[in-house]
Design a protein around this ligand. Structure first.
Ligand code: NAD
Length: 260
């Protein structure tokens, strides 16, 4: 078996019971990193999937909208593994509505989960990384960290915000072995996006296949979804020594979405 490049490291991935977070957790585990999973819903099946890759796995169910629960999760990771070497801020939610109709409670939840949680995990993870002079912070932003789309004010604001947080975190640690970068996917077929396909199918009386084509055709020239596994491999690269001097970038994997 080829050498596992992340053996001895611990990765905490927020929102990793599903979708992109689980895909990233599995790719980091394949490289030997122990994993702290987080997220809602069933965690036993994802935990077993990651454990099957031959690493230690723990789960903490902290709600990423609550600073006190995030603090408890970071403490739990430290007690389990000594500290977090690789932090992947991935948890996120979406809500679609025009600004004037946007429910205030949804705005607050999106800013808390998609943006503020990354500030809290980062501020709590950095002292350990600084002590070891090695660390990786990966913020899962989106193409919506770089461009806007109608009806997504809170999401686009949070994602632009996390790209900004990425740059500042990278700069503050630029002379150290700690890097911070953002990953910016286009469409990835996860439960978060399937809901948007379903809404389109319902609104326009289309089949799932027709609604999917329409969704991709509006934004993504490749007409293909990016997969969680492809994003996981990008995360592995950003954790590698080859990426030692990749600092503060927002790296698209978007089928040409933002090249237009
Ligand atoms: P998903 O719905 O499949 O997974 C989201 C994860 O976050 C789940 O594990 C869920 O339990 C968790 N989560 C939600 N609210 C939480 C909370 N309050 N506390 C803790 N965990 C919580 O979605 P996904 O598509 O995999 O999205 C993951 C990230 O990727 C998000 O930040 C999203 O904005 C981003 N993203 C997704 C796409 C896409 O096309 N799917 C594109 C660009 C960016």
């Amino acid at each position: 078996m080829a050498e596992r490049t992340l053996s001895g490291k611990t990765a905490l991935v927020t929102g990793s019971t599903s979708g992109i977070g689980l895909g990233i957790a599995k790719c980091l585990a394949k490289q030997g990193a122990n994993i702290v999973l987080n997220g809602f819903g069933d965690y036993q099946a994802p935990k077993a999937e990651v454990e099957a890759l031959g690493v230690q796995v723990r789960y903490h169910g902290a709600d990423m909208s609550k600073a006190s629960e995030i603090q408890a999760m970071m403490q739990f990771a430290s007690e389990a593994f000594g500290g977090v070497d690789i932090l992947v801020n991935n948890a996120g939610i979406q809500h679609v509505a025009a600004v004037e109709n946007f429910p205030v409670e949804r705005w607050d939840a999106i800013i808390a989960i998609n943006l503020s949680s990354a500030f809290h995990t980062s501020r709590l993870a950095l002292p350990y990384m600084q002590q070891k002079n090695w660390g990786r912070i990966l913020n899962v932003a989106s193409v919506h960290g770089l461009v806007g789309s109608a009806q997504k004010s809170a999401y686009v604001a949070a994602k632009h915000g996390i790209v900004g947080l990425t740059k500042v975190t990278a700069l503050e640690n630029a002379t150290s072995g700690i890097t911070c970068n953002a990953i910016c996917p286009g469409w990835v077929l996860t439960p978060l996006v399937q809901k948007q396909v379903d809404a389109k199918a319902h609104e326009l009386s289309l089949s799932n296949e027709e609604a999917t084509k329409l969704l991709l055709g509006e934004k993504e020239p490749s007409m293909q979804f990016t997969t969680p596994e492809e994003l996981g491999e990008l995360a592995v690269f950003l954790c590698s020594t080859a990426a030692n001097n990749v600092r503060g970038v927002a790296w698209n994997m978007d089928g040409g979405w933002t090249a237009q």
